[in-house]
Design a protein around this ligand. Structure first.
Ligand code: HAM
Length: 415
């Protein structure tokens, strides 16, 4: 039979319940911070990403799902969403008035990557973008929201790595120093890095090949080459993180794999994720909006690997808040109409009740309810109808109670 495409998977059951729980918390926390949701198309013109993400990045060079449509346009399944959000902001003139704009998104992204645990070709991201403010304080606001969000999911012990890559024009003398450093021991670097040092030297720093990482010991650090303004921005950012009690470490190698970053970059890692330890990453991108045809506008944001977040939650055995799951079993064909009448106001009140409509024997219905993980079976037969009650069977303990019909809704709330 036809299988799903390699690296793309179905979500259901417990894993999906975790996704849904995280989505609810995301709406709650980001809503509290004044962020609004934005939904952009999954398919965009290819040039949005080659211009936005950078034509020498791995994402654009090796990982995009690009195809020609029937009118011969080159289209790409979005590998990330910052470029799309920026396009949407410019196209829909969301920046008019110059007020700060706070947006978040949840959705699937596509990268043709080598398969590994925690790395998919269709994966989900939750992201937040704060547009129109250049201050380090706006960066910390976004990071505080992120940490509040992670804490609401029970994740409190994560490490934040920060760095600054300055503006492209500030990197010229850093590139000269880094090139000289790499050239002096060229053989120690992989062929990709030997090419990268010419096209896009920053990318050498985040090469994943272990021998390249070894060879980088003692490399020149971009931070030390930056202007006084960028250095002071970085210091203020650190001070503000400290006063917000967010622990962090400066990592001079962390330059991020996308080209649009200016000044602050950051990642959150988790040792529980193994080799693919980046749970999320982000930073400032003060030139992207202008580069994509909008007015010069500072911006800052991050995106989190949703699949990786859920795998962390499941590893930590985080219990999801759960409602009772009820299976309503009418006994025999004569009771199905009464069951409908009983259940419709309960559905309208938001209770989670699955109705047995097969008309099978009670024993079969009860074993279905057990197999499907229901917590309670509500049994409605002629006897119950005559007494205006329902029999409630607690499926985990086997205990049984009789409830007056008019009290059902209030009693479910107490379960
Ligand atoms: P990114 O670092 O490319 O940044 O991706 C963010 C996160 O998405 C990663 O830290 C990782 O958790 C997850 N991720 C990336 N690739 C995969 C994959 N193949 N499978 C599973 N998870 C993956 C961005 O995308 C930027 N747009 C972030 C940003 C927003 N910067 C500013 N605003």
């Amino acid at each position: 039979m036809t299988q799903s495409v390699k690296g793309m998977r179905d979500l259901w059951g417990t894993e999906l319940a975790h996704f849904q729980f995280v989505e609810r918390m995301c709406h709650q926390i980001m809503g509290a911070h004044g962020y609004q949701e934005i939904r952009t198309p999954i398919v965009e013109s290819t040039d949005l990403f080659s211009r936005g993400v950078g034509s020498t990045t791995d994402i654009v060079n090796k990982e995009m799902y690009t195809f020609q449509d029937r009118s011969d346009r080159s289209l790409t399944l979005r590998p990330e969403n910052t470029a799309s959000v920026v396009r949407a902001i410019i196209q829909n003139k969301l920046l008019e008035g110059n007020d700060p704009l706070h947006l978040f998104y949840i959705g699937p992204m596509f990268r043709y990557e080598r398969m590994q645990a925690g790395r998919y070709r269709q994966f989900w991201q939750i992201g937040a973008e704060s547009i129109g403010v250049s201050s380090p304080e706006s960066e910390v606001e976004s990071i505080v929201m992120l940490f509040d969000f992670l804490a609401s999911l029970g994740l409190a012990d994560l490490s934040l790595s920060i760095n600054s890559v300055g503006f492209p024009e500030e990197r010229t003398s850093f590139y000269i120093a880094l090139k000289a450093f790499v050239k002096a021991q060229e053989g120690a670097f992989c062929l990709d890095c030997q090419r990268r040092i010419e096209d896009n030297p920053l990318r050498v720093l985040d090469c994943k090949v272990p021998s390249c990482q070894m060879a980088l010991t003692g490399h020149p650090e971009v931070l030390t080459f930056l202007s006084a303004e960028s250095q002071s921005h970085h210091e203020k950012f650190q001070k503000c993180l400290q006063s917000s009690r967010i622990p962090f470490a400066v990592n001079p190698k962390m330059v991020r794999g996308l080209d649009y970053y200016t000044r602050t970059t950051f990642e959150v890692l988790s040792s529980d994720l193994g080799a693919q330890s980046a749970l999320l990453g982000g930073g400032r991108y003060d030139r992207l909006i202008q580069d994509l045809g909008g007015p010069p506008t500072p911006a800052f944001g991050w995106a989190l690997g949703f699949d990786r977040l859920v795998s962390l939650l499941m590893k930590k055995n985080t219990a999801l808040p759960s409602k009772p799951r009820i299976f309503l079993i009418p006994l025999g064909d004569s009771m199905i109409e009464d069951a409908f009448q009983l259940v419709r106001p309960l559905w309208a009140a938001g209770h989670s009740i699955e109705l047995e409509t097969r008309g099978v024997a009670l024993k079969k219905s009860l074993s279905t309810a057990n197999r499907k993980g229901h917590s309670h079976a509500f049994i409605l037969g002629e006897g119950e109808k005559a007494k205006d009650i329902i029999t409630v069977k607690f499926l985990t303990t086997g205990e049984q109670e009789e409830w007056p019909l008019r009290e059902i809704s209030s009693r479910i709330l107490k379960l």
